[in-house]
Design a binder for this molecule. Structure first.
Ligand code: SF4
Length: 416
C-alpha cells in the first residue's frame, strides 16, 4: 500500500489543515507513516511567521534532496505559508520539489473520485475547524496577510454540516480557527458574524463545547461577548492578543487600538462572562521599545492578570512594514531578559489563579491518556490530569482538584 508522510510546523491552522490533508490521502487509499523514507508522497506544511520557523522548513527541504535523488519516484510537495504568489521563484530555488500548493488547498495533481468531505477520519475529542482564512489587517510585524492572503470566510451552512459530521465521528468539542475570527462573515453574502455562527453550532446535538481563536481587540464586538455569555455550549475562554502595553508601540505595530480600549474590552468581558479564562500574546523587543515602554506592558499584565500569556521575541520578517521602516535595535540579550521577566511574572500570576481551583470540582472533557493518566480540559481550557481504571476517553467527567501548578491541575474523579 502507498504511504504518505506529512511534516507540520506552525500554528493550529497548519495542524488542522494537515489533519485534513491526511484524511484526503486516506480517502485515496494511502496510509500514514511517521517516516519520510517509507512514503511515496511527502508533504511539508510550512510556517514562516518567524525566521526560525522558515529556517527549519528550508533545512528540512534541503535534507530531503538526498532522498529525492536516491528515490526520484517519490512525490515531494510543499504547502503552508512558505507558498506565496511567487511559486515560480520557489520552483527555481527548490527544483527537487514536485508541487507547491497554497495553504488550505488540496493536492490538485491527485484526482479524487469520492465525494466524502475532507475531514479527519479519526478526529480527537476536541478538533480544530478553520472558519476564516487569511487576514486583512497588516500589522506591521506580520507576514501572514502576504502569505495567506485576504480574509475568506466559509459559509455557516458548510461549517455546521462539517461539525455535525465530526460529531458523528466522535468529536465532543470544536475550536473554530481563524487569524482574526472577529472578521468572520463580512465577506459572505448575508454578512453573518461569529455570534451568528456560534448560535447555529450551539444547536448541534452531541456537541458539548465550542471555543474559538484568535480575536482582535480592534474588531471584537459586544454582540460576540453576549453570545459567549448566553450560549451554553460556548466555553468561557477568550484569546485576545494585546501585543504591547504602550500606545506608541501599538501604533508602530499598526494594531488599530489603544491600551485604554483594550482595558475596557477586558472589563466588559469579565463583567458579562463570569469565570472567563483570558489569554493574550505579547511581543517583546519591538524596534525602539524603551525600558519604560516595556514596563508599561509589564504593568498592564500585572493589572489584568491573564490566565495565559504567550510571549514572542520580536524578529524582523522581510517583506513586512516593520522590517522595512524600523531598525531591529534591541540587543538580543535585552530581548531575552524582557522575555524572562514576563515569564516570571506570568508564572506567579498563573500560580495564584490556578490555586483558586484547589478543592473545587470542575467538568473535564477527556482528550487522551498518557503514561497511565487521563488528561483533558476544563471549559476554561485548563489542562487536568487524573487516574481512573475505566475508559474515560471523550467523556465529560467531574474532577475534584487536589493539586495545582501554573501550567496544569491534578485531581480525582468525584464520587457521586
Ligand atoms: S491580525 Fe495582525 S498579527 Fe494577526 S494575522 Fe493579521 S496581520 Fe498578523
Amino acid at each position: 500500500m502507498h504511504q504518505y508522510h506529512i511534516w507540520t510546523i506552525g500554528c493550529q491552522m497548519n495542524k488542522a489543515e494537515s489533519e485534513r490533508l491526511g484524511s484526503f490521502f486516506e480517502q485515496l487509499g494511502y496510509q500514514a507513516t511517521d517516516t519520510a523514507e517509507e512514503a511515496s508522497i511527502i508533504v511539508l506544511n510550512s510556517c514562516v511567521v518567524r525566521q526560525n520557523a522558515e529556517n527549519r522548513v528550508i533545512n528540512k527541504l534541503n535534507a530531503l534532496k538526498a532522498l529525492k535523488r536516491t528515490n526520484p519516484g517519490i512525490t515531494l510537495a510543499v504547502t503552508g505559508c512558505l507558498v506565496n504568489s511567487e511559486v515560480d521563484q520557489l520552483k527555481e530555488i527548490f527544483p527537487h520539489v514536485d508541487h507547491f500548493f497554497k495553504p488550505g488547498d488540496y493536492p490538485q495533481w491527485l484526482e479524487r473520485t469520492e465525494l466524502e468531505p475532507i475531514l479527519p477520519r479519526h478526529p480527537s475529542p476536541t478538533t480544530f475547524v478553520p472558519i476564516i482564512q487569511g487576514c486583512d489587517n497588516f500589522c506591521s510585524y506580520c507576514i501572514v496577510p502576504y502569505r495567506r492572503g485576504r480574509e475568506k470566510s466559509r459559509p455557516i451552512a458548510e461549517i455546521a454540516c462539517e461539525v455535525k459530521e465530526l460529531v458523528r465521528r466522535g468529536v465532543k468539542g470544536v475550536t473554530l480557527l481563524g487569524q482574526n475570527v472577529d472578521s468572520y462573515g463580512h465577506d459572505l453574502p448575508d454578512k453573518p458574524d461569529l455570534a451568528d455562527l456560534l448560535q447555529e453550532l450551539n444547536t448541534i446535538d452531541g456537541l458539548a463545547r465550542i471555543s474559538f481563536l484568535t480575536n482582535h481587540p480592534k474588531d471584537m464586538s459586544s454582540r460576540l461577548i453576549e453570545a459567549v455569555a448566553h450560549l451554553e455550549k460556548v466555553c468561557e475562554q477568550i484569546s485576545l492578543p494585546v501585543q504591547s502595553g504602550d500606545n506608541n508601540i501599538l501604533k508602530a505595530m499598526r494594531r488599530g487600538y489603544t491600551v485604554e480600549h483594550f482595558r475596557q474590552l477586558i472589563t466588559e468581558i469579565r463583567s458579562k462572562i463570569p469565570g472567563v479564562a483570558l489569554s493574550t500574546d505579547v511581543i517583546v523587543g519591538f524596534p525602539s521599545e524603551s525600558e519604560l515602554q516595556f514596563q508599561q506592558t509589564v504593568s498592564l499584565l500585572s493589572e489584568l492578570r491573564f490566565d495565559t500569556v504567550h510571549i514572542a521575541v520580536y524578529s524582523p520578517r522581510s517583506g513586512t512594514a516593520a522590517a522595512q521602516e524600523f531598525e531591529d535595535n534591541i540587543p538580543p540579550a535585552e530581548k531575552k531578559e524582557r522575555l524572562n521577566r514576563i515569564e516570571q511574572l506570568q508564572e506567579n500570576i498563573a500560580t495564584e489563579i490556578n490555586a483558586r481551583l484547589l478543592g473545587k470540582t470542575v467538568e473535564v472533557l477527556v482528550e487522551d491518556k498518557k503514561k497511565g493518566k487521563w488528561q483533558g480540559r476544563t471549559r476554561s481550557g485548563k489542562l487536568v490530569f487524573f487516574s481512573n481504571n475505566g475508559d474515560c476517553l471523550r467523556q465529560l467527567m467531574k474532577i475534584r482538584i487536589e493539586k495545582t501548578s501554573p501550567w496544569s491541575l491534578q485531581g480525582k474523579v468525584e464520587l457521586k
